[in-house]
Design a protein around this ligand. Structure first.
Ligand code: A2P
Length: 342
């Protein structure tokens, strides 16, 4: 079993390598790839970074990518054509009809129809659908109204550095300098602008992903989604206020029981005692944490939830490694264009 990790020096790639080791992934050899800038660099654990090149992509059983959509568009098909199953964390392939978009606890059976590439969902969608799946199965989701509070690590290493640099400058009374990563200073600020605005679109691509990917993963095109994605000065962990309108009314207690029994979910819900999910506590864990579960007093069949998860763990690296594990366990490394799951 030869495994390639592409983007191995990045915020997500680093955690992918760490998760592969921690979960004892059954690889005989792991090869770390990044850009030419990092070629030859030795990573923690002793792997030496290689540059992507035509001859270097041959002979892999699996490749896990987190190197941005541009790199994935160019290189994921080359790995797949050379015989590897690709798990891609970028947005490049997620909405392609012949690429399954999979969350390990939600729609693992969709792995069965991959044809070389499997897509790992966007981080804010990932954690939300883990929490929504048991509610959707029980009561049918009709509409979602979501506001996200997203950490900077979702943007990558440069954004973490920018937040730290700006926060130090503010505390030291120094000038902030021009923002390099975001449109405005992120330190001590809240930006209603997570992702980017395409020409003529009044939603960011992050908000569009949340809408489209949720429908694809839950397999229900009728679900209506309204989203506002916000960047906050948090390093790790996305938080989300989610209003869930269901076809059949659900009591908060029933939703709490369903969520407590759901795989990958931890319910933290005793708000009077200060028990609810928070980003700093979720950081470094794989679970999706759900709390503040309550009836929406403005609607007969709607609930409000607060959903928090480490965007680099379950939101990216952990799910990618879980998908790789499932591909091995289910003997699905070699894509078979089977029948799509319903
Ligand atoms: P590098 O560190 O050499 O730039 P992040 O999301 O934290 O910004 O990380 C992005 C990852 O994608 C890094 O590992 C980065 O490598 C890698 N990467 C960026 N561009 C390319 C490319 N053209 N080919 C391979 N890897 C790339």
């Amino acid at each position: 079993m030869r495994l390639a990790v592409v983007g191995a020096t990045g915020a997500v790639g680093t955690v992918m390598l760490e998760r592969l080791r921690a979960r004892s992934f059954p690889a005989d050899e792991i090869v770390a790839f990044a850009s030419a800038r990092s070629a030859g660099r030795e990573l923690d654990g002793g792997l030496v970074v290689q540059e992507l090149a035509e001859e270097a992509v041959r002979g892999f059983d699996l490749a896990i990518f987190s190197a941005g959509a541009h790199t994935s568009r160019e290189w994921a098909p080359r790995f797949a054509q050379a015989g590897a199953a690709v798990v891609d964390n970028s947005s490049a392939w997620r909405m392609h009809d012949d690429v399954p978009l999979v969350v390990s606890e939600v729609n693992p059976d969709d792995l069965g129809w991959h044809d070389g590439i499997v897509a790992n969902p966007n981080c804010s969608t990932m954690q939300m659908v883990v929490a929504l799946k048991p509610l959707h199965d029980a009561a049918g989701i009709e509409r979602l109204v979501v506001s996200t509070y997203q950490s900077v690590s979702g943007t990558g290493m440069k954004a973490i550095e920018e937040l730290r640099r700006q926060a130090r400058a503010v505390l030291d009374g120094e000038p902030l300098g021009e923002p390099q990563v975001y449109a405005h200073p992120i330190a001590f600020n809240v930006l209603p602008h997570a992702g980017s605005f395409a020409d003529g679109d009044d939603h960011t691509d992050e908000e569009r992903k949340l809408m489209a990917e949720t429908r694809k993963i839950l397999g229900d095109d009728a679900i209506r989604v309204s989203a506002t994605c916000v960047r906050v000065p948090v390093v790790f962990g996305h938080s989300e206020a989610v209003n869930v309108q269901t076809r059949r009314p659900l009591e908060a207690a029933e939703a709490r029981d369903l969520l407590a029994a759901a795989p990958g979910v931890t319910v933290l819900d005793d708000p009077g005692s200060g028990v609810y999910p928070i980003a700093t506590a979720a950081a470094g864990h794989d679970d999706v944490f759900v709390g503040r579960i309550r009836r929406d007093p403005s609607h007969d069949s709607a609930l409000d939830l607060w959903v928090v998860s480490d965007n680099i763990r379950k939101g990216a690296a952990t799910n990618a490694v879980q998908l790789a594990e499932l591909l091995v366990q289910r003997d699905l490394l070699h894509g078979r264009a089977g029948t799509k799951a319903a």
